[in-house]
Design a protein around this ligand. Structure first.
Ligand code: MG
Length: 481
């Protein structure tokens, strides 16, 4: 259509010239298409509360995960990969924006909630560039299939943040408190509730089928599939094919179904002949809660804690021909790196707003000399800066009262003294070595002051913090009768 219009306007009646121009324009558009196909398809499989020790390739002896293990054998596995937070909402805001949750106002709030609850008025600020919006702007078809948890109001849903397609639950699968006024757990398509309460047992299966449908329908153009699974977050469910089949109770059942799902998606890429042009990333939003069979081994601490077990997560990536099979990477990287890395690979622009993540394509592709770009990593929990990592060192800041961790559920914990540990020699963070390393300690304290000045601490805001979008009112997501 565009070609015809140009021809019509420039060459009325000049047949030969028209033919030459048409051929020229077709050849140009052909080049354009070839360039578009250089953009890889991008898939992020994002588990909810899957711990560091929950996969065979990370040492699990309980859960059978042959498909994810195969992903690691044919791709790269990171040993020092982090979510930016030990709980869902802040962690997901980081993946979407490439920022610490505090930077974008999506850290845990002041109302006693660790994460967004149904009818939260708060959600991602539309002024933030999400990874989906960045990819959409350069021609990607984009889908979010699974648990969102960055706001359930119409203004906050995935379709408002760069996703062409959304299918999933808008927040955690345990958020069904009648006393709080939560509606029956909704399953949402685009922005409408299509089932409530959702049948959780078939969610993983339906997410998988929907993802494969989307991939199949968009195989001829670049696509981004973000697949944030509902499990193994509690309560645990699995379909009849997996229920009661694992050696690790319902936890293992749900993990093994996610493993199956991963295998199905990889098989669909092979079947469509697009595996060689697709980067698949498999990771988790935070550590396991350590109950019900979940494992963060070999680390201490669970979901909700800034010990390694709360925030260090599995991360595996595969891209045939680009990522060397069987690679293990020990460099520090985080979920905040996904946005800048994808922008680099897709030829998308970052916004002018400051972000915290880095392009890790050099690490993925094993470029010589590639190393982590992080001078330090901040561990924020609730409103507190609780710890900092620099190289192999981790400094636990002294706290007057540590905010609750997942296992105690207390509103205020006891005071905690400062502690410097070496993660390489002491992965369980037991031994304070600050007395023997005064220079490291001084550097860590300086990094702590710097982090607090930039991103704040407790109720004090930092100079670089931005705001979430808070609406004036909100309503529960219910079935349209
Ligand atoms: Mg989670």
């Amino acid at each position: 259509m565009v070609l015809e219009l140009i021809e019509e306007r420039i060459f009325k009646g000049k047949t030969n010239m028209k033919l030459i121009l048409t051929l020229f324009l077709i050849s140009l558009s052909g080049i354009g298409m070839a360039q578009e196909r250089d953009q890889p398809n991008l898939i992020v499989i994002f588990c909810d509360d899957l711990g560091y020790g929950d996969l065979g390739c990370y040492g699990s002896k309980k859960n059978r995960t042959p498909n994810v293990d195969q992903l690691a054998r044919t791709g790269i596995r990171f040993t020092d990969f982090y979510s930016s937070s030990p709980v869902c909402t802040p962690s997901r805001s980081s993946l979407m924006t490439g920022c610490y949750a505090r930077r974008v106002g999506m850290h845990e709030d002041y109302t006693g909630h660790w994460v967004l609850i149904p009818r939260s008025r708060r959600g991602l600020n539309p002024e933030e560039l999400t990874v989906a919006e960045a990819l959409q702007s350069v021609g990607y078809a984009t889908a979010c299939i699974g648990k969102w948890h960055l706001g359930d109001q119409p203004e906050h849903l995935p379709t408002e943040h760069g996703f062409d397609f959304y299918f999933g639950i808008p927040y955690s699968n345990d958020m069904q408190s009648k006393g709080r006024g939560d509606p029956p757990l909704p399953l949402v398509k685009q922005s409408s509730v299509v089932e409530a309460p959702v049948d959780q047992s078939t969610l993983t299966k339906r997410y998988t089928e929907t993802a494969i449908e989307f991939i199949t329908a968009n195989q001829s153009k670049p696509f981004f599939v973000y697949l944030p699974h509902t499990f193994p977050h509690l309560p645990l469910h699995a379909s009849p094919d997996f229920l009661g089949k694992s050696a690790n109770g319902r936890y293992g059942d749900s993990v093994e179904e996610i493993d199956w799902s991963t295998g199905q998606i990889l098989a669909s890429l092979d079947r469509l002949g697009i595996a060689d042009n697709t980067l698949v990333i498999f990771t988790s939003d935070n550590g396991s809660n350590g109950r019900n069979g979940g494992s963060n081994q070999p680390f201490s601490g669970n979901k909700g804690s800034t010990m390694e077990g709360g925030m260090r997560v599995p991360m595996i990536a595969k891209w045939p021909g680009r990522i060397k099979p069987g690679t293990i990477c020990g460099e520090l990287a985080t979920t905040m790196d996904i946005l800048p890395t994808f922008c680099e690979l897709a030829g998308a622009k970052l916004s002018d707003r400051k972000i915290d993540g880095f392009d890790i394509s050099g690490l993925l592709f094993g470029h010589e000399g590639a190393e982590s770009a992080y001078e330090s990593l901040y561990y924020y929990r609730r409103r507190q800066l609780q710890a900092i990592r620099m190289g192999d060192w981790k400094y636990h800041l002294p706290l007057k009262a540590i905010h609750p961790n997942w296992t105690t559920h207390k509103t205020e914990g006891a005071a905690r003294p400062a502690k410097l540990v070496n993660l390489k020699s002491d992965p369980r963070e037991l031994k304070d070595v600050s007395a023997a390393n005064p220079q490291v300690l001084a550097k860590m304290q300086a990094l702590g002051r710097e982090a607090i000045a930039k991103l704040g601490n407790d109720a004090n805001e930092g100079v670089e913090q931005r705001s979430a979008l808070t609406l004036d009112s909100s309503a529960p997501m219910v079935l349209n009768k």
